[in-house]
Design a binder for this molecule. Structure first.
Ligand SMILES: [Zn+2]
Length: 470
């Protein structure tokens, strides 16, 4: 029997509004603990919330970008729970009448677009940040004491819930990359997992391939990069298949994924959803977004990442198109191509060299980049690398680098090629037995011998000729 995964995601995104969701405290990361607070976000008696208009507009804008319907009548609700990160005893969230519902995101794949449904996107406030001190795990169990920082309390948070439409860990990762790029391009959040401004939980179940049933799902938490999300999902899929195949039953549980060991450890027994006793927030009136506002926000949407990936797919491989778009590099590529660079070579140089050099992309001159792409085989590798590393410097010109010539003289290069081949008899043997990939190894050795000055195209021709002629 074969199995198919059924995956849904819950994504929390901190909005980067100037002030908090229901008070005027600044949203500021890295400030000293408990300095960005007021009676509202500390829940002192009698303090009343006031809605942050910007946070509502940004939520609507994100909903539109995710293809959602915008509610004509939306309501904030109290989600009741008792924990020390939340002095009110409830979180202001949305329950049955959220701002955004019923959307979809197209995820371009090699087999065509796959569609991920968006069940809802709603707006809520974050809780305070807790730090557990002492103990080995950084969790509350075994800690000596816990600290609470209310700077984060009341920060606007959008929760996006997908339908269980995602069929693999790889697709989940791709969806998240597209979602994050969409969010950052809307300018509403930095959406950085390392900073905690984007958090992902995954709901995972498996079922016999082709079945329509939904089996018991588990929830994965505490994964701090998209790669770890994908690895955690893969580990959980394997665990569940093993449970079903050994005659057991998957139980509804929450797991933490430890990226270092690859282990899944139980988080805590999941509370029943109706334990939260949602009720409409009596201190806030319902919000009815005017049609003109919704239309204005819709008209402000840029061409979205999924659409751009699809547009580039005609000219580049899907992988390359995805890397460029989700890295925010596709406009640089387009400008370099417009300045005369060959399409595929420009995409390769941007994805490998420009990204590798960690440049400020917005400062890179597309015209100088295009010149370097065209000259990349003619000039010495070392000069090329140095020029790329300086591309973002103000007033950068490729001229001094383009004036250098890579060593292309076959009579000078051939003895070096001969030496390299002589020094690696094992690899030569393997290459002759069909391991074509070793060509790159030989070229690399010659490049090393010449301090990166040789023309790699001519070197590889020389290597091929020598290994053919014996
Ligand atoms: Zn406050």
């Amino acid at each position: 029997m074969t199995w198919e995964p059924v995956i849904g995601l819950e994504v929390h995104v901190h909005l980067k509004t100037r002030t908090k969701m229901f008070c005027r405290c600044p949203v500021r990361y890295g400030a000293a603990g408990n300095t960005q607070t007021c009676p509202v976000c500390l829940a002192l008696p009698g303090a009343l919330p006031v809605v942050n208009r910007k946070a509502v507009e940004w939520t609507l804008k994100l909903g539109l970008a995710l293809g959602c319907e915008i509610a004509e009548h939306a309501v904030f609700s109290r989600k009741n729970y008792f924990y020390f990160d939340n002095p009110k005893g409830y979180q202001i969230s949305q329950y049955d009448l959220p701002f955004c519902t019923n959307g979809k995101v197209l995820v371009p794949t090699a087999e065509g677009d796959s569609v991920v449904g968006i069940v809802r996107a709603h707006l809520e406030e974050d809780a305070a940040k807790t730090v557990h001190v002492g103990g080995r795990t950084g969790r509350i169990r075994g800690a000596d004491y816990s600290l609470v920082d209310f700077n984060r309390a009341g920060t606007p948070l959008v929760e996006i819930v997908t339908a269980p439409d995602i069929g693999s860990a790889e697709e989940a990762k791709r969806f998240l990359q597209i979602l994050r790029q969409t969010i950052t391009e809307l300018g509403i959040s930095d959406a950085e997992m390392e900073k905690g401004t984007l958090r992902v939980d995954a709901n995972v179940s498996v079922r016999p391939t082709g079945a329509k049933e939904l089996r018991t799902r588990t929830e994965l938490k505490n994964m701090n990069s998209f790669t770890f999300v994908a690895r955690g999902i893969d580990a959980e899929i394997a665990r569940q298949i093993a449970v079903w195949e050994s005659g057991g039953t998957v139980r509804q549980e929450t797991y933490d994924f430890d990226a270092a060991t690859g282990a899944l450890t139980p988080h805590r027994a999941k509370e029943e959803a109706d334990d939260y006793r949602y009720l409409p927030e009596p201190d806030l009136v319902p919000i009815e977004p005017p049609a003109e506002l919704v239309e204005r926000l819709r008209s402000e949407l840029p061409e979205l990442p999924a659409a751009r990936i699809r547009r580039l797919q005609g000219e580049l491989e899907l992988e390359r198109a995805t890397v460029l778009v989700t890295g925010g590099l596709d406009s640089l590529w387009q400008n370099a191509v417009a300045a005369g660079a060959e399409k595929i070579a420009a995409a390769n140089v941007i994805a490998n060299n420009v990204v590798g050099a960690g440049l400020d992309r917005s400062a890179v001159s597309a015209k100088e980049l295009a010149r370097l792409v065209e000259a990349r085989e003619r000039i010495p590798r070392a000069a090329f690398d140095e020029a790329i590393s300086k591309l973002a410097e103000p007033g950068f010109s490729a001229d001094p680098y383009l004036a250098q010539e890579a060593l292309s003289d076959e009579r000078a290069l051939d003895p070096i090629v001969a030496r390299v081949l002589e020094a690696s008899p094992g690899q030569v043997e393997a290459y002759r037995n069909g391991k074509d990939g070793l060509l790159g190894f030989f070229v690399g050795q010659v490049m090393k011998e010449t301090q990166g000055n040789a023309n790699p195209r001519i070197v590889s021709e020389l290597v091929r000729t020598r290994l053919k002629s014996r």
